[in-house]
Design a protein. Structure first.
Length: 169
């Protein structure tokens, strides 16, 4: 498992402190394109899933985050729920750095990454494909969640991206 904190490209990467759940929630408002959930969800990630959450700071200010967890029935997989990059940090490869640090911070038995992406989200699709390329890993895309599974109407389907296997550390 990789040791944190680490510095790359002017950013400091670490697992979050509990107080950073509130900062992640606020950053999502600033980003404006991510689904913002209850603040409680981000506190839960910061406390109970902190080993699969990475935050990036520059000059002490939160610039990005990746929220993930290891599904109980897939201990060899880290599932990425949200990736966010502050508008001021876009175009610097921070999303890819966050995912790369997340992979490096996992135990050696984590060999796969999964995430769901809507078909219209070309930027996220490119991001996850780039992680496969960076790590020389396969990227398989399959059905994730159909729109009928979401309450109300208007939610797009989510395709499941499965990246891996990653080389053992």
């Amino acid at each position: 498992m990789g040791r944190l904190p680490v510095s790359r490209n002017g950013f400091e990467f670490d697992h979050p402190a509990l107080t950073e759940g509130r900062e992640i929630w606020a950053l999502i408002e600033e980003i404006g394109t991510l689904e913002r959930n209850t603040p409680y969800a981000y506190l839960l990630f910061a406390r109970y899933f902190r080993e699969t959450v990475i935050v990036a700071r520059r000059d002490g200010r939160l610039q990005g985050f990746v929220l993930g967890f290891r599904p109980p029935d897939q201990p060899d997989t880290v599932f990425v729920w949200q990736v966010g990059v502050a508008p001021s940090a876009r175009g610097k490869g921070l999303g890819r750095l966050l995912l790369d640090v997340l992979i490096e911070a996992q135990p050696a038995d984590v060999r796969f990454m999964e995430a769901t992406v809507t078909p219209e989200n070309a930027a996220s699709e490119a991001l996850f494909r780039s992680i496969g390329t960076l790590h020389g890993a396969n990227v398989a895309v399959s059905d994730g969640f159909g729109p009928d599974l979401f309450p109300g109407s208007g939610h797009e389907r989510e395709r499941l991206f499965r990246i891996g296997p990653f080389a053992a550390a």
